[in-house]
Design a protein around this ligand. Structure first.
Ligand code: PLP
Length: 458
């Protein structure tokens, strides 16, 4: 049944792994807008960012012109533990759908943290160590980022303090224990250990927390402790840069077999896996060398791209972070209970936001019952149990393949399979029991949270 010319899994050799990250911003004509200091409304300077972020990461964050950043040897060694990741030709899925489309997925779930987030976690921990720091603080929603960071910190012997959204802390005790196994300390957020946590708890007693609120707590703790910095798992330019390893490997694997994709699809929470996957392909498009369709997939319950506003906003609920210009639902937006925790963020990467604003990529939203239907079908035919986040991309890849079935077109579709769903079995249970709902925010709800956007004179 397999096409003999193309194997089920395309693996690169270890010595074919990328030696440099690709910075997509270098090829963007319209650069992403700079982070602003909320007090002065001026672009954040290196000095202003220094108390929060590691020095080397600030350089990466602010650099819109250097196209390639060499990946330090120690990071490449760590990557070797779980990379290169396979690019899989979804022969079984194609057959099940009866589509002439050719479907490929880049599988990033083959490490203990279970997602692509380790690609940036190890880089951020490395630079923190290089700077002689004692440790880092961060937030985690569903727990993938916290897990990845705790693995990275234990490798470099750094202290790791994780603020975990309370609802996940309670619902995902196993995630918490994985983090503790790697030596991290995990605090449910909002907590009484920070000023901003106490304030939020006072205003909303009984709240089960949000990502934006956990970010505020983690930033405050980084500021308060000598030798600590804050690290973030998505949204920022530096994270997009590290995640380019996904796209670079994908492109190298496709090039080996002379395959050119027509459509590239990824789920979008803060935008890091999608930004990384599309980076080298978008670079070609920006330089006028090739054309591709890029599709971001988001949950209908948290539709930053498809129903958000392109404006400066806070990255966190407590408004302690710089302002970023992005597609946003407002930093006070609390999405309804959706099981793709990694996609419940109010904003979107400034890089992807600019590209979307300039019409260089598309976005679509899907409801979670349709997502789980696709997840289950995928698991049954391709074997991998996908994360709910990743399954958003699966849903749209299937839909595009079914369109090809109608038209007879043999399009090549590539999507990012960002992770596995072993810690999401409560969500699968709800789906199987028919108890999963598809809440979609009303226009009024979105208008209300967007009305609180800060006023910025651009
Ligand atoms: C965090 C996460 C995402 C979403 O984050 P992005 O920054 O948008 O990539 C997607 N899939 C998985 C498995 C995740 O853990």
């Amino acid at each position: 049944m397999f096409n003999e010319a193309i194997p089920y899994k395309i693996y690169l050799e270890e010595n074919e792994m990328p030696k440099a990250w690709y910075n997509l911003r270098a090829d963007m004509k319209n650069k992403p807008a700079p982070l602003l200091n909320p007090a002065t409304q001026k672009p954040m300077t290196k000095e202003e960012l220094r108390p929060v972020f590691c020095d080397a990461l600030i350089d990466q964050e602010l650099d819109d012109t250097t196209a390639y950043f060499p990946i330090p040897e120690e990071i490449r060694s760590f990557y070797q533990m779980y990379r290169p990741s396979p690019l899989v030709r979804a022969y079984f899925l194609e057959k099940k759908l009866g589509t002439p489309a050719k479907i490929y997925y880049k599988f990033e779930g083959n490490n203990t943290s279970g997602s692509h987030k380790l690609n940036s976690a190890i880089a951020q921990a490395y630079y923190a160590k290089q700077q002689g720091l004692k440790g880092v603080t961060t937030e985690t929603g569903a727990g993938q980022w916290g897990t990845a960071l705790s693995m990275a910190c234990s490798y470099f012997d750094l202290d790791c303090q994780v603020y975990m959204v309370k609802v996940s802390y309670e619902q995902k005790p196993f995630r918490r224990e994985v983090m503790r196994t790697y030596g991290a300390s995990v605090t449910p957020s909002p907590s009484m250990s920070t000023e901003v946590g106490r304030k939020i708890l006072e205003a909303h007693p009984g709240t089960t927390g949000s990502l934006g609120c956990a970010i505020s707590e983690a930033v405050e703790m980084a500021n308060k402790q000598e030798g600590y910095r804050y690290v973030l798992g998505s949204v920022l330019n530096q994270v997009m840069l590290h995640q380019s390893v996904i796209g670079l490997e994908t492109k190298a694997a496709l090039d080996k077999y002379g395959i050119t994709p027509d459509i590239i699809i990824g789920c979008a929470g803060g935008g890091s896996n999608l930004g990384g996957l599309i980076a080298p392909f978008m670079g070609e498009k920006l330089r006028g060398e090739k054309d591709y369709r890029f599709i971001a997939v988001e949950p209908a319950s948290c539709p930053s791209f498809t129903r958000g506003t392109f404006a400066y906003d806070f990255c966190d609920t407590g408004a302690v972070c710089p302002l970023a210009k992005m597609y946003t639902l407002g930093s006070n937006f609390i999405p309804s209970a959706n099981h793709a925790g990694g996609l419940r963020y109010h904003g979107m990467s400034p890089v992807l936001s600019q590209l979307y604003h300039d019409g260089l990529m598309e976005a679509t939203s899907v409801v979670q019952t349709d997502v789980f239907e696709a997840a289950e079908l995928f698991a049954r035919v391709e074997g991998i149990l996908p994360a709910p986040e990743s399954s958003h991309a699966i849903r749209v890849a299937i839909d595009e393949a079914l369109k090809c079935k109608e038209t007879g077109e043999e399009k090549t579709i590539v999507f990012g399979l960002t992770g596995t769903g072993y810690f999401d079995m409560f969500a699968y249970e709800k789906f199987h029991d028919g108890k999963m709902s598809d809440y979609i925010p009303t226009d009024e709800e979105i208008a209300e949270s967007v009305s609180t956007l800060p006023v910025v004179n651009e």
